[in-house]
Design a protein around this ligand. Structure first.
Ligand SMILES: [Zn+2]
Length: 61
């Protein structure tokens, strides 16, 4: 036999691995300033704040 895994990866093990990828790809947090969801470690697109401080100008409707 060649260099193959000994056992088939179970559904639960495969799903756990992929769930981790999804989390790190688009990690959402609640904005400290406006309470909307935005991507962690990014400026909030709703209010333009980052880490509780306004860093960019955002048009308010
Ligand atoms: Zn915000």
């Amino acid at each position: 036999m060649g260099p193959l895994p000994k056992r088939k990866v179970s559904k639960s093990r495969r799903n756990r691995r992929r769930a981790h990828d999804a989390l790190t790809l688009n990690h959402l947090v609640v904005c400290e300033s406006c309470g909307e969801y935005h991507i962690a470690h990014h400026v909030c697109p709703k209010c333009g704040s980052y880490n509780g401080k306004d860093v960019i100008e955002v048009d308010e409707d």
